[in-house]
Design a protein around this ligand. Sequence first.
Ligand code: ATP
Ligand code: MG
Length: 412
Amino acid sequence: MANSVPPAVVRIDGKEWVLPLEVSFRTVLDVLAQVMPALNPLPTAFEYEDEDGDRITVCSDEELTAMISFCHWRNRHSGRSHPLSIYPKAKKKKNKLNLEVNTRAPLTSAGKSNPSSSESMHSRSGSFRRANEKTALVKLISEGQITRQDLQYLEILGHGNGGTVYRTFHQPSKVIMAVKVIALDATQEEQRQIMAELDILHKCDSSYIIGFYGAFFAENRISICAEYMDGGSLDGYGAIPEPVLGRIIVGVVKGLNYLWSLKIMHRDIKPSNVLVNTQGCVKLCDFGVSVQLLTSLTKTFIGTNAYMAPERILGGEYGIHSEIWSLGLSTLEMALGRFPYLPEGSKPSSLVPFELLQCIVNEKPPTLSLEHFSPSLIEFTQQCMQKLPKARPGITALLVRLGLNKLTSTIE
Ligand code: ATP
Ligand code: MG
């Protein structure tokens, strides 16, 4: 029966409102302000609860569309109109990079507790509150299959080793996605295995990991559809001020801690694989979840990269310690605004020269100068970039250093 789905209804302060068909985010804010005239400051966003009781923030037309889809989905399941309570929210001001920052407490020194920074890191307020929320959008889209016909490619966001990333419009959900298209030399069986291995991404549920909508093969190309991050990757920001960088490192470490707890190694930590958005979220992408995908990629690309730890360049054992080296090197690069082993203006390419690899293996690692950076940031990068893998901090030490010791770490 067509049109039998009950309409989306929201409840604001006990009053119910049937959402008009083409309602915009702006209109909902206006209605919120009218229904609750005492609100001060005026709301800039609002929240609702998903089926798990998690609070989801809506601050754009896109997110409103996702909320309405969620209402329809709930109504379909219950067969009746089920009002969804929404709660106003006022956002704090953002800084230049659109990231919320605790400017007083970037990184804590080892062993010293820093209440103001750890409090802000654990804070459930402001836009970082989203860090603990599942996006309803990801869940809704991933219930269906994405096909090539549903996608409208809008522009190229960038090229990497073997792949091109497009900003893409997904017609059925009206969601903007980032779609990475990679040409792959993979048999049907290998393709099937890649799809099966990528499936774990649907289960990844961390606000520090890029949302995954789905993947599909068309001819010899795989398209991986992920959450679009409108701030792009952190290789594009030059030297990032230390207080902002402190916040970014916290996000990266939370993301890594989450992956490691699932026994997933990232394998490609570098600034271009750390993405930000204008909500102030920091998320990791391009981690090595599919062994078969990595194997197929190495058929066309010889996998050395300039962020590899010395032991990995030498073909030694790969583990969390090697990831911590890459974290340290990425931090150094983001602080300086350039890749520290190369002169100003040069970026590491996919073909890493032998001399550069030799330098990483044999020379003393680069450091930051006390003239421009705090002792705690300098110490953090030095510790992460110790030549001896075992001398680098483990997860627990890393979490303690960043004042995140309340997060559970499951592997050492
Ligand atoms: P590599 O292939 O070694 O990972 P890379 O990370 O530079 O190198 P891609 O992963 O192909 O290359 O990404 C290319 C660029 O596309 C990135 O640098 C980033 O700016 C942009 N990009 C990737 N994913 C997203 C996304 N989800 N949202 C917004 N921009 C993205
Ligand atoms: Mg990448």
